[in-house]
Every structure is written in C-alpha cells, then in structure tokens.
Design a protein around this ligand. Structure first.
Ligand code: NOJ
Length: 720
C-alpha cells in the first residue's frame, strides 16, 4: 500500500520544526564502500529525526541498518533517502561519461545507466547524483570528463537516456534509483576552465546551450536537480531564484526535489551574497532548494530565520513535502528495505562486464590511422608496449569509480598478451605518468631495439587529473611523457616501425606534435573495468572503431574555448585579409573537429536529399544520404545532420547539430542513412529570447563530422 498524500499530510501535522528541517538535511556517512562507519552523532541524529538523508553510503547491510534506526527508533519512522554519485557505473566501472558520449548512442547511455541503477539499488541506495549534463567547451575544466561534451543537442539526448536508464519505468521498483540532473547550470563555463570559478554567460547562451539538457531531464521525469556550485553573473546558482524558482519550477513545471551541492548553501557566504548561515539558508530556501547537502544551514539557520520572520513555515513545509513525496515515489515509505533485498548473481555481474567491454570498444576514437597502421593483428609477431599507461590497471578506472568493485581493470598490456597469444609482447614503462625522472626512457628504447613490428605507446593523464577540482592550465601530456614519446617516435622512425599511440584522458589533450608524428592515435579516454580488452579489440581489428569525439580538440591552448557551434561574426577568417578573425600564430581550425573519428573502413557520402524542399511548421523534413564503404574492412559510420540558418533575426551558429544516425557497412557496401528533421526543430530564440520559426532558407548539411569542408549540403525553404 502506498502512503497516500493524506498520509504525508498527517505526517506533516505531527512533525516538529526540528523534524521538518531534518527531512531537508543530508549528511555524509563518511565514505567507505565496504564498511561505512557513520559517526555516532549522526546515528543519534537519525534516531531523533534531525537527519532525513545520507550521502556516500553503499552496501545493503549498512544501509538497512541505518534505515532500521530511522524507521524503528525515530519518533515518526520516516525512512532515510540515501544518495550516491554513480558517475560511470556503480560496482562495474563503465567508461567515463565523456567516453560514453563518444558512442553517440542513446541506447548505450540508457543501458549503462540501467545496469548501474540495478547495482546501485542492489546496494540499498535510492538516489544518484547523476547524470551530469554540463556542456563543456573548455578542456582545462576537469569536469569535462563527467559530461556529454560540447554540444547542447547531444546533452539533451544524453539527459533523456540517462534519466530513463536510472529511473526505469517505475521509480518505486527495487531496481530503480532517482536521477539527479546536475549541475544547473553553465558550470562548464567556469572562467578560464578553473573549477568553481565565476561564470559570465549571456542569457541566450544559458538558454540555448546550457538549459536544454535540463529541460529534457525534467520532461523525462528526473526526480531531482542539483544547482551548480558556481554563480552566473554574480548570482550563485544555489540562490538563483530566476533560474530555480521562475524557470525550473515555473516555466518547466519541475516539482521534484532540488538538492544543493556539497556544502553549497554555506558557501553562499564565500560567494559574498550571505553574511552568515541564516542569510545563506534564507537565500537557498527562497530560491526553492529543498535539500541542504552537508552545510547544516537549514538545520541551524532556518529556526533563526523563522523567528526573525525572514521565512515562513509554509515555505519550509513546501520543501518537506517535496522530499517526502520523493521518498514516497521511491517506494521508501512503503518498504524502506526493498532496495538491497536481493544479491547480485554472477551472471548479472558477468553480463555487465561484457557491457563494459562493448561500450568501452564503442567509445574509442581513432584520430589517425596513417598507412593503415591499425589494426595490428595479422602481421605482428612482436609488439612492444610502452608508456606509463600501458600496464596501469588502476588508472583505467577513471576519476569517479567511487564504489567500483575493488579490483584492477584490465590493462592494455595484459589484454594484448591475451589477444595475441602467439606474439612476443614486450613492455617498458619508460617514465611515470607525471614524474620528472627520465632515466627509464633508455630502457624503453632498449625494448624497441630488441625488435618490434609495432609499438603501442600508452600515454596520457592519470585518472585523478580530470574530474572535480582537477582543472589543468596545461592540458597536455604531463611529466616526462613528451620526452619519452619523442625518443620512441624518433627511434621507431629510424627502424621503420609504426607507432600506435593510445591516449588516456578525461578531456581533449593538446598534443598536435604527437598526432603529427605518430602513425595512429587512438583516444581511449578512461574505459573502466574492461579497458584493456576494449582497446585490444580495436587494436587487433576484432572490432572496427566507431567512436567520435564529442568535443573539439584544439591545436593550441590559446584557441580555447573552441567549439564548432560558433557564429560567423562580421569579419570571418580570410587569410588574404589581415583584418579578419584569426590568430597571427595559429590557425583557427581545430586539430580535430567535433564528431571526428575514423573507422577501419573508408566511407564516402553521396546523394544528399532533403524533402520537402519547401516546408511548413508542421512538416518533418526527410533527409537521406548514401554512404559507401570503399575500404577493405567493415565499418560503423556515424552520420551527422547539421543545419545552418544563414539569414535570421539573430545571428545563428555556423553549424547546429540536429540529428545523428549510424550505418553498418561491410566492405563495398552502400547504405542509405535516413534522418528526420521536424521543421519545428528549426525554431530558435528570437531577439526577445522567445522561440520563433522564421521563414527563409535553411541549409541542411550532412556528413562525418563538424567540418563544413566535408559536409554535403542541400537547402530547403521554410514557409511560416
Ligand atoms: C560535489 C560535486 O560537485 C557533485 O557533483 C556531487 O554530486 C557532490 N559533491 C556529492 O558527492
């Protein structure tokens, strides 16, 4: 039997102020995966009803024990809400979100979220602080790794898929968890890519780039939303009435829970908008934040605020009701022990590993494959695996493998040895990831001197160099890796040995010199549990690579922020004219555009059609293009549909993504890729920021990535 609304009413009638504020208070259980020990005073607080939710707790036994205290020993017996970050898998560590974005495959996003939800729920947890939907156009920002990349359309697709995956069909199911779309919003625009720094973006960019994914998450039924740590133009998101209350609750009709970020309410004091904890609590409450994560500001500040008449009990009650309603929707009021009641079967765990491998494989992005250096399978008897990330099983897990099974992932070295049992696979680290001792380079060269048919050079960042509080002013290869790479490339070139670089990173790295000189470059991001297997699958040709970069790769630091959806400006680049938009010392073009990635096939595009040629608002424009694999190997091609509105009341971006589809192509095969473009999707925000559909010509551009030079183009006319 569900708690009815009147039951919530009855609870509300019985609650003291302290108990109400308890429902709005979330406290950390002290992070430990296998044996969380909650501080004694928190246990007491659960008992006396002054803590209503916990974060950073996993493990059904411990969670059930906490629930038992809440349910049996607290006066009103209200179960706890237990939340946890499940960023790229819970127990089974999947590829990092940026890597998953590179699959451009909503079904994959949903499947990994579903499986992660099952594992999370099996651990007794009812809520996750995911998906992270922050659009990022600045590789310096460490949290780029946690999100969908640079494109708002892609972020929207990811929002829908992830919310569906986490929440399933029924939030009350023992296999579902509440999703928290975060971080609202524009956190990815932190000044200079420095985490937590101020944000200054136009309202247009907020609405066009940063909000759509949150609107999509709300439409998909996301149970919760987390405001960003950052401000926008001086107004911290935790206190941003216009965006939280007016936009989110008002315009979008979001009636779920707003959970603050960690200590963010107290940090309103640091922001300089609150003088003390009372002020801070008032600001957050007035903006509509329901749960205070870790600041204790509601618990300590709101009683004073109430006394001073700065807030009303009705305002507090509204938040309490929303929290209780979430607990009810999750089925917690009905049966607080339903999550974590069953144990995971070995089959389920094994199936998730296979999924991790599949997704890992599909998220790899092949940036270069000169002279068909890859795949290495057939002809290689001697494979020399070098670099600090070659046998770095721990690093493969990525930056937020929080509660992942305590086991190392599969390293590239181990997987290559497994995949190539007849080959001689030699190995040397050369240098550490970020150390400054270059003395091991000689040993790496020795290995190479022993003879090799191919070098697999594994370079990149350590897992903890991206993620929260991991901004980098130099998003390049750390430590002495460049010295190692240059020495290896030099020696290999002399011996005519191809060098395949496998690059691990949570963001685009600025390595034009490396791309220039290596024969092949495979971006692995951080693939998680099955890293080595996924990479070996692609290196050996068992699978053809199909990932595409969801974020532009700059050539130079000074180009940042660099993204494909820029506007033309009044003086677009013209090499013949000094007074146009460009640099004196670097091209404007990226090293690799958004969507870039090659396959083992050679795919050509022809016969783009878009009909009807003249469309009205209710029409769906059918777009088709023929793709042919002219290469000798099978390929899965990712086909992008962009539009450009060349003349509009507001200058539009050079390209806007509107659709993606895939085509599996055997050698020699031709397929017709079809995409549907509802004319309504051509709406944009007019001068007054209201959506408009304007009559005129729309360019339809289809092709392999966001470079106008490789896109086929057609035009339609829009009549309104
Ligand atoms: C801070 C992070 O910004 C947020 O993404 C996360 O959910 C919370 N900490 C809780 O761990």
């Amino acid at each position: 039997m569900m708690f009815s609304v009147s039951k919530i009413d009855k609870l509300m009638e019985r609650m003291t102020l302290a108990e109400k504020l308890g429902q709005l208070t979330m406290t950390a259980a002290g992070y430990a995966v296998t044996g969380p020990v909650i501080a004694g005073d928190s246990t007491d607080s659960i008992r006396n009803g002054t803590i209503g939710s916990l974060l950073n707790l996993a493990g059904a036994r411990h969670i059930h024990e906490m629930q038992r205290i809440a349910v049996e020993e607290s006066r009103l017996g209200i179960p706890l809400l237990i939340g946890l970050d499940v960023i790229h898998g819970h127990r089974t560590v999947f590829p990092v979100p940026l890597a998953e974005a590179a699959t451009f495959d909503p079904q994959i996003w949903e499947r990994t979220a579903r499986e992660a939800a099952r594992e999370t729920a099996a651990d007794g947890v009812a809520m996750t602080f995911a998906p992270m939907l922050d659009v990022s156009r600045d590789p310096r920002w460490g949290r780029t790794v946690e999100g969908p990349g640079e494109d708002p359309w892609l972020a929207v697709q990811m929002a829908r898929a992830k919310v569906r995956g986490f929440q399933g069909d029924d939030l009350a199911s023992a296999e579902s968890v509440a999703a928290t779309a975060k971080h609202l919003c524009a956190y990815g625009s932190s000044t200079a890519g420095r985490d937590y720094a101020q944000v200054d973006v136009s309202e247009r960019t907020v609405r066009e780039v940063h909000l759509p994914a949150f609107a999509a998450a709300v439409a998909a039924g996301a149970a919760a939303i987390m405001p960003a740590f950052t401000d926008i133009a001086g107004i911290p998101m935790t206190a941003h009435k216009a965006l939280l209350r007016d936009y989110l609750r008002g315009e979008l009709g979001f009636d779920g829970v707003l959970v603050s970020d960690y200590n963010a309410i107290r940090e309103l004091i640091n922001h300089g908008v609150a003088g003390d904890i009372v002020d801070a609590a008032v600001l957050a409450l007035k903006a509509g934040v329901d749960i205070d994560m870790m600041a204790g500001a509601y618990r300590d500040g709101l009683p004073v605020a109430l006394e001073r008449g700065l807030v009303t009990i009705d305002e507090i009650d509204l938040c309490v009701r929303r929290v209780l309603r979430l607990k009810e929707r999750l089925g917690l009021l009905d049966d607080p022990y339903r999550r974590g009641a069953t144990t995971e079967t070995p089959d389920a765990i094994e199936a998730r590993r296979r999924l991790a491998r599949e997704v890992g494989t599909k998220s790899l992005v092949l940036l270069k494959n000169a002279g068909d250096a890859l795949p290495i399978a057939a002809r290689s008897a001697r494979v020399c695996v070098l670099g600090p990330l070659a046998d770095a099983a721990r690093e493969m897990r990525g930056p937020w493998a929080a509660a992942g099974y305590d086991e190392p992932s599969v390293s590239v070295l181990a997987a290559l040895r497994e995949a190539l049992p007849n080959a001689t696979v030699t190995h040397a680290e050369g240098v550490t990831i970020d150390g400054h001792d270059a003395s091991g380079i000689a040993k790496a060269l020795e290995r190479l001197g022993d003879g090799a048919d191919v070098v697999v050079l594994c370079l990149g960042e350590a897992a903890d160099m991206s993620g929260e509080a991991a901004s980098r002013a130099f998003p390049e290869l750390p430590g002495e890796q460049r010295a190692l790479a240059e020495a290896v490339l030099e020696r290999a070139r002399g011996a005519d040995i191809p060098v395949v670089v496998v690059l691990f990173c949570g963001r685009p790295l600025i390595v034009p010199w490396l791309v220039e000189r290596a024969d092949a470059v495979l971006v692995a991001w951080f693939p998680g549990r099955e890293a080595g297997h996924a990479i070996a699958d692609v290196l050996t040709g068992r699978t053809s690579p199909s990932g595409r970069t969801p974020i532009t790769w700059p050539r130079a630091l000074g180009q940042i922020p660099l993204f494909y959806g820029q506007r033309s400006g009044g003086r677009p680049e013209n090499q013949a004219d000094r007074f146009t938009s460009k640099y004196l010392d670097a091209p404007n073009s990226p090293l690799f555009p958004f969507g870039f990635g090659v396959t083992y096939g050679r795919v050509s595009y022809a016969n783009l059609r878009a009909t009807p040629a003249s469309a009205t608002a209710g029409d769906v424009i059918e777009v088709s293009v023929e793709v042919t694999n002219e290469g000798p190997r099978a390929a899965e091609e990712t086909v992008f549909l962009f539009v450009r509105d060349r003349v509009a009341s507001v200058a539009r971006p050079l390209l806007e993504l509107k659709g993606v589809t895939k085509a599996s192509l055997d050698p020699g095969a031709t397929a017709t890729a079809r995409l549907r473009l509802p004319a309504a999707d051509l709406r944009f925000l007019g001068v007054d920021l209201e959506p408009v559909l304007e009559a005129g010509e729309i360019e339809i551009l289809v092709g392999p990535w966001a470079d106008p030079a490789v896109l086929l183009s057609s035009r339609i006319t829009l009549r309104v």
